[in-house]
Design a protein around this ligand. Structure first.
Ligand code: BES
Ligand code: ZN
Ligand code: ZN
Length: 497
């Protein structure tokens, strides 16, 4: 799909459909929409009077052969109240319009910037929304659905006087959208087609492609480093684990610059191990590598966006299988840090592999950490598929991250890390246990487990278990991998210094 800025007046843009936003207020016919209305002999105003157009968010009204426009169709999309409207809202609007028109066979679209959102933030958001919405996977279908593809989208009405900054915004949006779709492709892969080794190979290929440093630790190196928590999870599987390390270095690094560490859980399949999961929905556990894929998407984007500070990404990759050599409840493992862990439930494996990964990242010299993991079912109970659960210490570091989430238009909710949750992972025979004693607080005890290895390093932990995969499509998004958290982490990394 091509996306390009087009400085022609909206009336002369040739397209299968021109998309225009309609606000839910009385001045909706100011500017471009007013001109369109005039060209159509006040027809739009009449549709407002008759109640067919209200401007309510995401309302869609399609008009064929609109007079005064070179486009074949005019798609009006509701933008809601103007006072509440933000550039970020253009993501959903552009995405919803794309999916609606794609399903009707349109190939060549034009998207008209709404009044008041004609700048760089709006352009970037629109491009991101288009790429997110265009994503669909039918890789493993031998009979492809009749190809309904969008060939091109022209961005019309953006403020051309912004010059290069506007072009750059469109390019940034493309890099971010394509990187998210790279991650979504990985998350869609079934586990027999994406083992830890294969994930490492895909990461290596991507890194070489975009110019990132890359190193893959194999099972021997992992043993040498004494990553006992990761090895404990991996030993139940015939597939060996990998630790993927990616590095981004700025061209002119500042001396003593802080180093951002990104860690992502990549369990390529989570059966639960000996504490085996029920069969229902187990197939979904192919997406238990979503945190790792998220970080790979972020790193891919950063290679193009070139932030000021260095970034090191560590992805522990393994299967979690029951097998003759699998670890068992009651076993004690020694993590790379030297801490001893009593395994209570082998299905709480994510925190185990993250324990060694965050510790290793600190060894590599990161000064700040963000991890993303499909970690707990408990976060689904707390927040559903609406918000990502965001934990972190110190509070100012978490707050900074939440600002990035807001800027990126992603919903994240701060979750508690009181010491009482730490007390719940005390073990009777080892330093800590891998599940909380007592009932409840499962997302917080899991986070505390990771914190035991993070220590005082500023750290954000994102529990994306309930938001990485959506079971039902949305008007702006296909069902399946959502690409959640990628934009927020990119925004944070770009501002980080
Ligand atoms: N991968 C799961 C968490 C998960 C659940 C992700 C649902 C996506 C959807 C994780 O490894 C797990 O099994 N967690 C257990 C922990 C429990 C045994 C303490 C859980 O949340 O049930
Ligand atoms: Zn599990
Ligand atoms: Zn898991």
């Amino acid at each position: 799909m091509q996306i390009q800025l087009d400085s022609q007046p909206h009336a002369s843009v040739q397209a299968d459909a021109l998309v225009a936003c309609v606000f839910d207020d009385d001045n909706r016919f100011e500017g471009a929409l007013g001109e369109i209305n005039k060209g159509m002999g006040d027809r739009l105003a009449k549709l407002v009077q008759s109640g067919e157009i209200s401007g309510k968010a995401l309302e869609l009204v399609l008009i064929h052969f609109p007079e005064g426009l070179a486009a074949q169709r005019l798609l009006l999309i509701g933008a809601g109240k103007r006072e509440k409207f933000k550039a970020a809202d253009l993501r959903k609007l552009a995405g919803t319009a794309l999916r609606y028109l794609k399903s009707r066979g349109a190939k060549k679209l034009a998207f008209l910037a709404p009044e008041g959102e004609r700048g760089t933030a709006g352009a970037q958001a629109a491009v991101e929304g288009l790429l997110w919405a265009d994503y669909e996977s039918d890789k493993y279908r031998t009979e492809k659905k009749p190809a309904r593809l969008i060939d091109s989208v022209a961005l019309v009405g953006f403020d051309a006087s912004l010059g290069e900054a506007l072009t750059k915004a469109v390019e940034d949006g493309r890099v971010i959208g394509e990187s998210a779709n790279f991650a979504r492709d990985l998350i869609n892969e079934p586990s027999n087609r994406l083992t830890p080794k294969m994930l490492a190979a895909r990461a290596e290929a991507m890194a070489k492609d975009v110019g990132l440093g890359v190193e893959v630790l194999d099972e021997r190196k992992i043993a040498e480093l004494k990553m006992g928590a990761l090895i404990g999870v991996a030993q139940g599987s015939n597939e060996p684990p990998r630790v993927i390390v990616l590095r981004y270095k700025p061209e002119n690094p500042k001396p003593n610059a802080p180093v951002l560490g990104l860690v992502g859980k990549a369990v390529t399949f989570d059966t639960g191990g000996i504490s085996i999961k029920p069969a229902t929905n187990m197939e979904k556990m192919k997406y238990d590598m979503g945190g790792g894929a998220t970080m790979l998407g972020v790193m891919r984007a950063l290679a193009f966006l070139k932030p000021d500070s260095p970034v090191i990404c560590v992805i522990p990759a393994t299967e979690n299988m029951p097998g003759g050599r699998a670890q068992k409840p009651g076993d004690v493992q020694v993590a790379m840090s030297g801490k001893t862990i009593e395994i209570i439930n082998t299905d709480a494996e994510g925190r185990l592999i993250l324990a060694d990964a965050v510790f290793y990242a600190r060894k590599l010299g990161v000064t700040h950490l963000i991890d993303a993991a499909t970690l707990t079912g408990a976060i689904d109970v707390a927040l559903g598929n609406v918000n990502v659960g965001a934990f972190g210490t110190p509070r100012e570091y978490l707050d900074k991250f939440l600002e990035s989430a807001k800027a990126a238009g992603e919903k994240m909710w701060p979750m508690p890390l009181d010491e009482e949750y730490q007390a719940m992972i005390k073990s009777d025979i080892a330093d800590i246990r891998n599940t909380g004693s007592g009932k409840g607080g499962g997302a917080s005890t899991a986070a505390w487990f990771i914190k035991e290895f993070v220590d005082d390093t500023p750290w954000v932990h994102l529990d994306i278990a309930s938001t990485t995969w959506i079971d039902e499509g949305r008007p702006w998004l296909a069902k399946g991998p959502s690409g959640v958290a990628i934009r927020s982490i990119i925004d944070f990394a770009r501002k980080f210094s």
